[in-house]
Design a protein around this ligand. Structure first.
Ligand SMILES: [Zn+2]
Ligand SMILES: [Zn+2]
Length: 293
């Protein structure tokens, strides 16, 4: 009897063994998996494994150009800059943005003989001077900008370069002189006027038919700030308003250019400064500011 039981057990065991062997032999579909070290859902094209099942920390995607956790500035953003005014060059981990400050849009600040000259649309007065091409602005930033321990208060002069090539100024006009209605009345529909250092933006552009290029209450790229972080319009790429912005309008998230990767970037804060005036950038620089000279 003992012997019989043993035989049955042996038989059952053999059956299980055979069937499990069969399972092992079944062909599985091997897939290439890519490492996702920064856990953003995007994989590193240079680190891969081939297996049937998804290994821990690996994903099917292979489009993460920077999987170290330190996000790099998406280079496709620079395609948005006005090539007639702006030259972008790359050297190792540095990006240099050079501009002659000459916009590619209409303005009453052009010489009246210039093809882009128009009569005033929103400005009721003008500051002295006209747009000319004798300016030169240069900004060199890291392609992996990082937040600084403390913010930096912005000063007079350029604090960023807009996609048009025109420098971005803050919410003051002269030392301790915040933008006020009389100054705002000199701003054209682009949110710019002329000053001793040239034509420059202070505020978001206006929604007028003449405005065909500049961000107004949308998701467009506005430019790059002196710390190397990009600045976008009031909205996210999906058309929603961001709800988690810091006091400078910055947050981590995906953008039109970041290919699904979360990067720190600024937005124009969806808030009226006074009247219908929305300031481009009135907060502190959250990274390490570089000189624009
Ligand atoms: Zn100004
Ligand atoms: Zn955003």
């Amino acid at each position: 009897m003992k012997y019989l039981t043993f035989s049955i057990l042996l038989f059952l065991g053999a059956t299980v063994l055979i069937s499990s062997c069969k399972e092992d032999d079944e062909p599985c579909i091997e897939t290439i998996w890519y490492e996702d070290a920064d856990d953003d859902g995007l994989g590193n094209p240079n680190v891969s494994r081939v297996s049937c099942d998804q290994p821990d920390g690996f994903v099917a995607d292979n489009t993460d150009p920077n999987d170290t956790g330190i996000a790099s500035t998406p280079l496709s953003a620079f395609d948005e800059f006005n090539p007639d005014a702006v030259t972008v060059s790359f050297d190792g981990n540095e990006i240099t943005i050079e501009s002659n400050g000459v916009p590619n849009h209409t303005s009453p600040y052009w010489e009246e003989t210039h093809p882009l000259y128009i009569e005033r649309v929103v400005a009721v007065a003008q500051t002295p001077g006209r747009i000319n091409d004798t300016r030169s602005y240069s900004l060199t930033v890291s392609n992996t900008p990082e937040l600084a321990a403390n913010g930096t208060v912005t000063g007079l002069g350029p604090i960023g370069i807009a996609v048009s090539g025109v420098p971005i100024f803050n919410d003051t006009e002269g030392p301790n002189n915040p933008l006020e209605e009389m100054i705002a009345e000199t701003l054209d529909y682009a949110g710019a006027h002329n000053g001793p250092s040239g034509y420059h933006y202070h505020i978001e552009s206006f929604d007028v038919p003449e405005n065909t290029l500049l961000s107004h209450n949308d998701e467009k790229l506005v430019g790059i700030m002196s710390d190397g972080f990009l600045i976008y319009g009031r909205k996210e790429a999906d058309g929603s308003y961001p709800t988690d912005l810091d006091e400078s309008g910055g947050h981590f998230g995906t953008t039109l250019h970041s290919n699904g990767e979360e990067i720190y970037h600024y937005h124009i804060i969806n808030e009226y400064y006074f009247g219908n005036v929305v300031v481009l950038f009135g907060g502190e620089i959250q990274g390490t500011p570089n000189d624009i000279f």
